[in-house]
Design a protein around this ligand. Structure first.
Ligand code: DGL
Length: 283
Protein backbone atom coordinates (compact mmCIF):
# COMPACT_ATOMS: atom_id res chain seq x y z
CA UNK A 1 0.00 0.00 0.00
CA UNK A 2 2.63 2.47 1.00
CA UNK A 3 5.02 1.55 -1.79
CA UNK A 4 5.73 4.28 -4.34
CA UNK A 5 4.13 4.96 -7.71
CA UNK A 6 6.64 4.96 -10.56
CA UNK A 7 6.17 7.76 -13.09
CA UNK A 8 8.36 8.34 -16.13
CA UNK A 9 8.90 10.42 -19.24
CA UNK A 10 11.71 11.38 -21.59
CA UNK A 11 12.26 14.56 -19.55
CA UNK A 12 10.33 16.99 -17.38
CA UNK A 13 7.04 16.60 -19.30
CA UNK A 14 5.79 13.77 -17.11
CA UNK A 15 5.83 16.14 -14.14
CA UNK A 16 2.57 17.52 -15.55
CA UNK A 17 1.09 14.09 -14.80
CA UNK A 18 2.94 13.72 -11.47
CA UNK A 19 1.47 17.08 -10.40
CA UNK A 20 -2.09 15.86 -11.04
CA UNK A 21 -1.39 12.57 -9.24
CA UNK A 22 -0.14 14.42 -6.16
CA UNK A 23 -3.12 16.78 -6.22
CA UNK A 24 -5.54 13.89 -6.35
CA UNK A 25 -3.58 11.46 -4.17
CA UNK A 26 -1.53 13.60 -1.79
CA UNK A 27 -0.59 10.63 0.41
CA UNK A 28 1.20 8.84 -2.41
CA UNK A 29 4.94 8.71 -2.78
CA UNK A 30 6.32 9.10 -6.31
CA UNK A 31 9.50 7.85 -7.93
CA UNK A 32 10.01 9.94 -11.05
CA UNK A 33 12.34 8.92 -13.86
CA UNK A 34 13.38 11.34 -16.63
CA UNK A 35 15.17 9.72 -19.56
CA UNK A 36 17.20 12.83 -20.22
CA UNK A 37 19.97 10.83 -21.92
CA UNK A 38 17.51 10.23 -24.76
CA UNK A 39 15.24 13.30 -24.78
CA UNK A 40 13.62 14.26 -27.12
CA UNK A 41 11.90 10.99 -28.00
CA UNK A 42 9.82 12.64 -30.73
CA UNK A 43 11.85 11.82 -33.84
CA UNK A 44 13.17 8.43 -32.67
CA UNK A 45 11.89 5.13 -34.01
CA UNK A 46 8.92 3.55 -32.26
CA UNK A 47 11.02 0.41 -31.58
CA UNK A 48 13.67 2.41 -29.82
CA UNK A 49 11.04 4.09 -27.63
CA UNK A 50 9.54 0.69 -26.77
CA UNK A 51 13.00 -0.49 -25.66
CA UNK A 52 13.57 2.59 -23.47
CA UNK A 53 10.07 2.48 -21.98
CA UNK A 54 10.26 -1.20 -21.02
CA UNK A 55 13.73 -0.72 -19.48
CA UNK A 56 12.48 2.18 -17.37
CA UNK A 57 9.34 0.29 -16.34
CA UNK A 58 11.52 -2.62 -15.21
CA UNK A 59 13.75 -0.23 -13.24
CA UNK A 60 10.78 1.39 -11.47
CA UNK A 61 9.30 -1.99 -10.56
CA UNK A 62 12.70 -3.09 -9.23
CA UNK A 63 12.67 0.02 -7.02
CA UNK A 64 9.45 -1.30 -5.50
CA UNK A 65 6.81 0.61 -7.47
CA UNK A 66 3.31 -0.74 -6.75
CA UNK A 67 2.06 0.86 -9.99
CA UNK A 68 3.68 2.53 -12.98
CA UNK A 69 2.36 5.53 -14.90
CA UNK A 70 3.79 5.98 -18.39
CA UNK A 71 3.61 9.78 -18.29
CA UNK A 72 4.79 9.85 -21.88
CA UNK A 73 2.47 9.57 -24.87
CA UNK A 74 5.02 7.90 -27.11
CA UNK A 75 5.77 5.23 -24.52
CA UNK A 76 2.05 4.73 -23.89
CA UNK A 77 1.48 4.38 -27.63
CA UNK A 78 4.14 1.74 -28.24
CA UNK A 79 4.99 -0.02 -24.96
CA UNK A 80 1.87 -0.17 -22.80
CA UNK A 81 0.53 -3.48 -24.10
CA UNK A 82 3.95 -5.18 -23.86
CA UNK A 83 4.52 -3.84 -20.34
CA UNK A 84 1.15 -5.15 -19.20
CA UNK A 85 2.06 -8.59 -20.55
CA UNK A 86 5.53 -8.53 -18.97
CA UNK A 87 4.32 -7.37 -15.53
CA UNK A 88 0.74 -8.61 -15.21
CA UNK A 89 0.68 -8.11 -11.42
CA UNK A 90 1.56 -4.42 -11.49
CA UNK A 91 -1.06 -1.89 -12.62
CA UNK A 92 0.45 0.04 -15.54
CA UNK A 93 -1.38 3.16 -16.70
CA UNK A 94 -0.78 5.10 -19.91
CA UNK A 95 -1.90 8.60 -20.83
CA UNK A 96 -3.53 7.97 -24.21
CA UNK A 97 -6.60 5.97 -23.15
CA UNK A 98 -7.51 8.56 -20.47
CA UNK A 99 -6.64 11.42 -22.85
CA UNK A 100 -8.91 10.05 -25.58
CA UNK A 101 -11.76 9.62 -23.07
CA UNK A 102 -11.36 13.18 -21.78
CA UNK A 103 -11.26 14.56 -25.33
CA UNK A 104 -14.41 12.73 -26.42
CA UNK A 105 -16.21 13.93 -23.28
CA UNK A 106 -15.19 17.54 -23.96
CA UNK A 107 -15.97 17.44 -27.67
CA UNK A 108 -19.70 16.71 -27.65
CA UNK A 109 -19.13 14.99 -31.01
CA UNK A 110 -17.28 17.95 -32.60
CA UNK A 111 -13.92 17.52 -34.38
CA UNK A 112 -10.88 16.88 -32.19
CA UNK A 113 -7.31 17.97 -32.93
CA UNK A 114 -4.27 16.16 -31.54
CA UNK A 115 -1.06 18.09 -30.89
CA UNK A 116 1.71 15.51 -30.41
CA UNK A 117 5.24 14.47 -31.21
CA UNK A 118 6.03 13.00 -34.62
CA UNK A 119 6.22 9.51 -33.10
CA UNK A 120 2.83 9.70 -31.41
CA UNK A 121 1.25 11.04 -34.60
CA UNK A 122 2.84 8.17 -36.57
CA UNK A 123 1.57 5.60 -34.09
CA UNK A 124 -2.02 6.73 -34.73
CA UNK A 125 -2.79 5.82 -31.12
CA UNK A 126 -5.11 8.77 -30.41
CA UNK A 127 -6.99 8.28 -33.67
CA UNK A 128 -7.69 4.64 -32.89
CA UNK A 129 -8.52 5.22 -29.21
CA UNK A 130 -10.99 7.98 -30.08
CA UNK A 131 -12.53 5.88 -32.86
CA UNK A 132 -12.96 3.02 -30.37
CA UNK A 133 -15.05 5.34 -28.19
CA UNK A 134 -16.95 7.19 -30.95
CA UNK A 135 -16.08 6.43 -34.56
CA UNK A 136 -18.19 9.33 -35.85
CA UNK A 137 -15.82 11.97 -34.45
CA UNK A 138 -13.42 13.57 -36.92
CA UNK A 139 -9.80 13.59 -35.67
CA UNK A 140 -6.93 15.65 -37.12
CA UNK A 141 -3.32 15.36 -35.97
CA UNK A 142 -0.43 17.83 -35.94
CA UNK A 143 3.19 16.91 -35.20
CA UNK A 144 4.99 19.61 -33.19
CA UNK A 145 8.73 18.79 -33.29
CA UNK A 146 9.90 22.15 -31.91
CA UNK A 147 7.83 22.05 -28.71
CA UNK A 148 9.76 19.56 -26.53
CA UNK A 149 13.21 21.14 -27.08
CA UNK A 150 11.70 24.55 -26.19
CA UNK A 151 10.25 23.20 -22.93
CA UNK A 152 13.42 21.36 -21.94
CA UNK A 153 15.42 24.54 -22.61
CA UNK A 154 13.18 26.57 -20.29
CA UNK A 155 11.71 28.56 -23.20
CA UNK A 156 8.02 27.68 -22.74
CA UNK A 157 7.11 31.32 -22.12
CA UNK A 158 9.17 32.73 -24.99
CA UNK A 159 8.24 34.52 -28.20
CA UNK A 160 9.66 31.49 -30.02
CA UNK A 161 7.13 29.27 -28.26
CA UNK A 162 4.27 31.54 -29.32
CA UNK A 163 5.42 31.45 -32.94
CA UNK A 164 5.66 27.66 -32.87
CA UNK A 165 2.24 27.38 -31.19
CA UNK A 166 0.63 29.49 -33.92
CA UNK A 167 2.25 27.37 -36.62
CA UNK A 168 1.04 24.09 -35.09
CA UNK A 169 -2.37 25.15 -33.82
CA UNK A 170 -3.68 27.08 -36.84
CA UNK A 171 -4.04 24.09 -39.22
CA UNK A 172 -6.14 22.28 -36.61
CA UNK A 173 -8.36 25.31 -36.01
CA UNK A 174 -8.76 25.73 -39.79
CA UNK A 175 -9.79 22.06 -39.96
CA UNK A 176 -12.67 22.94 -37.60
CA UNK A 177 -11.32 21.35 -34.39
CA UNK A 178 -13.17 22.52 -31.30
CA UNK A 179 -11.08 20.49 -28.88
CA UNK A 180 -7.28 20.30 -28.86
CA UNK A 181 -5.56 17.50 -26.96
CA UNK A 182 -2.16 18.14 -25.39
CA UNK A 183 -0.91 14.81 -26.76
CA UNK A 184 2.56 15.10 -25.26
CA UNK A 185 3.12 15.55 -21.54
CA UNK A 186 5.52 18.43 -22.18
CA UNK A 187 2.76 20.54 -23.74
CA UNK A 188 0.97 21.63 -20.54
CA UNK A 189 4.09 23.79 -20.01
CA UNK A 190 3.08 25.56 -23.26
CA UNK A 191 -0.60 25.77 -22.42
CA UNK A 192 -0.69 29.58 -22.39
CA UNK A 193 0.86 29.86 -25.89
CA UNK A 194 -1.39 27.09 -27.24
CA UNK A 195 -4.57 28.64 -25.81
CA UNK A 196 -3.57 32.03 -27.17
CA UNK A 197 -3.12 30.55 -30.65
CA UNK A 198 -6.34 28.49 -30.46
CA UNK A 199 -8.69 31.29 -29.41
CA UNK A 200 -11.47 31.36 -26.85
CA UNK A 201 -13.91 28.96 -28.51
CA UNK A 202 -11.50 26.00 -28.54
CA UNK A 203 -11.20 23.77 -25.46
CA UNK A 204 -7.71 22.55 -24.60
CA UNK A 205 -7.64 19.11 -22.95
CA UNK A 206 -4.74 17.91 -20.81
CA UNK A 207 -4.91 14.10 -20.38
CA UNK A 208 -3.10 14.38 -17.01
CA UNK A 209 -6.24 14.91 -14.94
CA UNK A 210 -8.09 11.89 -16.36
CA UNK A 211 -4.88 9.83 -16.03
CA UNK A 212 -4.65 10.66 -12.32
CA UNK A 213 -8.35 9.80 -11.91
CA UNK A 214 -7.78 6.46 -13.67
CA UNK A 215 -4.82 5.71 -11.39
CA UNK A 216 -6.85 6.60 -8.28
CA UNK A 217 -9.63 4.29 -9.45
CA UNK A 218 -7.26 1.37 -10.12
CA UNK A 219 -5.39 1.76 -6.81
CA UNK A 220 -8.65 1.98 -4.91
CA UNK A 221 -10.11 -1.07 -6.67
CA UNK A 222 -7.01 -3.09 -5.81
CA UNK A 223 -6.98 -1.79 -2.21
CA UNK A 224 -3.49 -0.35 -2.55
CA UNK A 225 -4.06 3.37 -1.96
CA UNK A 226 -1.46 4.74 0.44
CA UNK A 227 -2.63 5.21 4.00
CA UNK A 228 0.61 6.71 5.29
CA UNK A 229 1.32 10.40 5.75
CA UNK A 230 2.70 12.18 2.73
CA UNK A 231 6.24 10.89 2.30
CA UNK A 232 9.20 11.79 0.18
CA UNK A 233 9.52 11.69 -3.58
CA UNK A 234 12.55 10.42 -5.44
CA UNK A 235 13.85 11.71 -8.74
CA UNK A 236 16.07 9.88 -11.21
CA UNK A 237 17.53 10.90 -14.54
CA UNK A 238 19.51 8.96 -17.11
CA UNK A 239 21.42 12.02 -18.29
CA UNK A 240 21.46 15.72 -17.50
CA UNK A 241 19.75 16.57 -14.21
CA UNK A 242 19.53 20.36 -14.65
CA UNK A 243 16.09 20.65 -16.24
CA UNK A 244 14.57 18.39 -13.59
CA UNK A 245 16.14 20.33 -10.73
CA UNK A 246 15.55 23.83 -12.02
CA UNK A 247 12.43 23.77 -14.20
CA UNK A 248 10.92 20.75 -12.46
CA UNK A 249 11.12 22.32 -9.00
CA UNK A 250 9.42 25.46 -10.23
CA UNK A 251 6.71 23.56 -12.09
CA UNK A 252 5.88 21.18 -9.24
CA UNK A 253 6.27 23.81 -6.55
CA UNK A 254 8.51 21.39 -4.66
CA UNK A 255 12.22 21.64 -4.15
CA UNK A 256 13.92 18.96 -6.23
CA UNK A 257 17.32 19.48 -4.76
CA UNK A 258 18.78 16.14 -5.67
CA UNK A 259 18.42 13.73 -8.52
CA UNK A 260 19.93 10.25 -8.74
CA UNK A 261 21.62 9.58 -12.03
CA UNK A 262 20.95 6.10 -13.39
CA UNK A 263 22.60 4.42 -16.33
CA UNK A 264 20.02 1.82 -17.28
CA UNK A 265 22.25 0.12 -19.82
CA UNK A 266 24.88 -0.82 -17.28
CA UNK A 267 22.47 -0.96 -14.37
CA UNK A 268 24.72 1.41 -12.41
CA UNK A 269 23.24 3.98 -10.11
CA UNK A 270 25.52 6.92 -9.69
CA UNK A 271 24.41 9.09 -6.85
CA UNK A 272 24.53 12.77 -7.59
CA UNK A 273 21.96 13.62 -4.99
CA UNK A 274 18.64 12.35 -3.77
CA UNK A 275 15.15 13.32 -2.54
CA UNK A 276 12.57 15.99 -2.06
CA UNK A 277 10.23 16.41 0.88
CA UNK A 278 6.57 16.09 0.02
CA UNK A 279 4.84 19.33 0.79
CA UNK A 280 2.22 21.43 -0.97
CA UNK A 281 2.00 20.99 -4.70
CA UNK A 282 2.06 24.35 -6.43
CA UNK A 283 -0.31 25.37 -9.16
N1 DGL B 1 6.68 13.85 -23.18
C1 DGL B 1 6.71 12.74 -24.05
C2 DGL B 1 5.37 12.42 -24.66
O1 DGL B 1 4.38 12.64 -24.00
C3 DGL B 1 7.88 12.65 -25.02
C4 DGL B 1 8.32 13.91 -25.62
C5 DGL B 1 9.67 13.79 -26.37
O2 DGL B 1 10.65 13.50 -25.73
O3 DGL B 1 9.66 14.00 -27.58
O4 DGL B 1 5.27 11.91 -25.74
Amino acid sequence: MNSPIGVFDSGIGGLSVAREILRKLPREHIIYFADTAHVPYGERSLNEIRYFALGITRFLIEQGAKAVVMACNMSSAVALDDARILWPDVPIIGVIEPGARAAVKASGGKPIGILATTGTVKSGAYVSQIAAIDSSIQVSQQACPRFVPLVEAGLAESEEAEVAAREYVEPLVRAGCKVLVLGCTHYPFLRRAIELAAGADVVVVDPAEETAATLAHVLSEQGILSVSMAGTHEFYASGDVTSLKELGSRFLGLPISDVLRVNLTSGDVESVGCRSENSQIGS
